[in-house]
Design a protein around this ligand. Structure first.
Ligand SMILES: C[S@@+](CC[C@H](N)C(=O)[O-])C[C@H]1O[C@@H](n2cnc3c(N)ncnc32)[C@H](O)[C@@H]1O
Length: 338
């Protein structure tokens, strides 16, 4: 293969310029353009009026995004939503808008600007740039915390159906979702399994946003909401404990602490279900590999293999019981309290 061919150079340049596409989609998501196009094509000046944007600059944004298939430019500066761009609608079955809004936030963007620091030192980029960890930073900034929670809810919806199709949570009576965010995953489990009851556990400023999500799923009366820290104690008496997208946020030592806190609340023999991406084989699954880098930059965690999860379980009093894969690369890593 000729690596110096103009085509390779162009392909490489597109990858290099990926940050421009990220920020352009972020802006379209924050302005809510996809929702404004939900009922059909509109002129960019009209969209500028509706969003308070500069007409000329908004036209240039929409034109660029039409070049990568997010919108479709028609005559007379009119734009329509494509199938791809419809994923930015707030009522999309698998919404991506919340994630697009979050990844382009200046504080998150700045953390990624220090990836070189992380790669040189192995240290966390977020702390290097902002001086504190990402959880404390957001806890002190309610708007950013809400945007992050929306991003998590949006990501969760992307994998929830696949995970629920792959794994039967209906076999458990009382399910404790540890670090369950504002309840999107637990709501979906309870909605699909009408006899199950849930306990949503997360930090106080996070569970305070759970009410509308539980209500929208019609599960409020079957879900207890408990605030606290998974480094201190989690609710006892569950038939199963879930940790979804939690362990990948942390290095091994804090993961073992979280698992030990869960173990203390759990009866011998009860199941712990860790829902995470499978890291995948070399040269495959860039989503998992880039999520792993995102963990290095943001919360200072990592994606892991089954063997790495098994080692964490063993260190915290659990026995690994196997992984159930789903159709989207996220698996259910099961362990039993030993
Ligand atoms: C990546 S999010 C995953 C949320 C949810 N499980 C999901 O899959 O959408 C990580 C969650 O861990 C929670 N978290 C972080 N530190 C925590 C702590 N000390 N105690 C309880 N929850 C915590 C965050 O508030 C956040 O909701």
């Amino acid at each position: 293969m000729n690596h110096d061919s103009p085509r390779s150079a162009l392909a490489l340049r597109r990858l290099v310029n990926g940050y421009q596409v990220t920020q352009a989609i972020h802006v379209a998501a924050v302005l809510g353009i996809a929702d404004l196009l939900a009922d059909g094509p509109r002129r960019s000046d009209d969209l500028a009026g509706a969003t308070g944007a500069h007409p000329g600059a908004l036209y240039r944004l929409l034109r660029a995004l039409s070049g990568v298939g997010v919108f479709h430019e028609e005559e007379d500066r009119t734009f329509a939503l494509t199938e791809l761009g419809a994923g930015l609608r707030s009522d999309a079955p698998e919404p991506v808008g919340g994630w697009a809004a979050f990844v382009g936030e200046p504080y998150q963007w700045q953390a990624w600007s220090a990836l070189l620091h992380s790669v040189r030192t192995g240290e966390n980029a977020f702390r290097h740039v902002h001086g504190i960890d990402s959880w404390t930073f957001r806890a002190e900034r309610p708007e950013l915390s809400a945007s992050f929670d929306r991003a998590m809810t949006s990501l969760s919806r992307l994998v929830v159906t696949a995970v629920l199709d792959a794994y039967d949570f209906g076999r458990f009576g009382r399910i404790v979702d540890v670090g369950g965010g504002n309840g999107a995953f637990l709501s979906a489990i309870l909605a699909r399994n009408p006899t199950a009851r849930g306990v949503l556990f997360d930090q106080p400023h996070v569970v305070s946003g759970a009410g509308p999500i539980l209500a929208a799923a019609g599960v409020t009366d079957r879900c207890e909401v408990v605030a606290g820290s998974f480094f201190e104690a989690v609710p006892a008496g569950g038939d199963a404990y879930l940790l979804k997208a939690i362990l990948h946020d942390w290095e091994d030592a804090p993961c073992i602490e979280i698992l030990r806190t869960c173990r203390q609340a759990m009866a011998d023999g009860s199941p712990l279900l860790v829902i995470e991406r499978e890291l995948g084989r070399p040269n495959q699954d860039p989503d998992a590999k880039f999520s792993d880098l995102n963990m290095l930059v943001g919360p200072m965690g990592q994606e892991r293999t089954s063997a790495e999860y098994a080692a964490l379980f063993a260190a915290a009093g659990f026995q690994f019981a196997g992984v159930t894969p789903s159709a989207v690369g996220t698996g259910v890593f099961a362990a039993v309290a030993a």
